[in-house]
Design a protein around this ligand. Structure first.
Ligand code: SF4
Length: 206
């Protein structure tokens, strides 16, 4: 964690990863278990399988044309790492496509997901957070991105709106507050627990 800027409040100073946001929106206990009460994190089959699949996907993605993205040409940036001092946020994007339109350079963030169930809300806000990092870093508006569902080979265009940007900022503040106050949070929904790798630590739920 960085404590670099003297002008920021203690809450703003806690630097977060975009994946913290994604996990917080899935269940606030996950960043709590990561930052406040660290527990050993199991490497699940899903995680191992996901890494292998991402490597294969990178290989296929390099050969794919730009038509899938509704473009005739562009350039791919894989695993771009960006950090924002303003947001106190950093992250590594799966893929960014850059292209020119009307004389301006545009940036299209792409996230790969291992799901057949449609695009979850936390994945949309993860994409919005990446769009905000791109906006600040390249000083251009990023008004849409793509979530690519690997099993179904589906491209989902996600519009990035101002309410989404605000929700991202508000959620980051809530994570930081939870970290500072060390409050053990309740889950957003207990329906997610059956599928959760941290369930062994949530004895109050089961
Ligand atoms: S088991 Fe349930 S309450 Fe515990 S971290 Fe997972 S989703 Fe949250």
């Amino acid at each position: 964690m960085s404590h670099s800027s003297k002008s920021m409040s203690p809450v703003q100073q806690l630097e977060l990863n975009v994946t913290d946001l994604k996990q917080y929106l899935y269940c606030p206990r996950i960043p709590y278990y990561f930052y406040v009460m660290p527990v050993p994190r199991p490497i699940t089959y899903k995680m191992q399988h996901g890494v292998q699949e991402h490597v294969e996907l990178d290989r296929l993605e390099r050969r794919r044309g730009y038509r899938s993205y509704g473009l005739t040409e562009g350039q791919r940036l894989f695993h771009l790492q960006i950090k924002s001092e303003t947001l106190g946020l950093y992250g590594k994007l799966d893929l960014v496509i850059t292209y020119e339109k009307k004389g301006a350079v545009h940036y299209l963030p792409v996230e790969f997901k291992h799901t057949e169930k449609g695009v979850a809300a936390n994945a949309k806000y993860q994409l919005a957070a990446y769009a905000m990092l791109l906006e600040e870093h390249f000083q251009v508006p990023v008004d849409e991105g793509i979530v690519y569902q690997i099993p179904t080979k589906t491209y989902n265009i996600i519009k990035i709106t101002d309410p989404m940007r605000k929700y991202v900022k508000d959620s980051l503040s809530m994570i930081r507050r939870m970290m500072l106050e060390e409050t053990f949070p309740d889950p957003w929904s207990r329906f997610r627990c059956a599928d959760c790798e941290f369930r062994r630590y949530c004895n109050d739920i089961h």
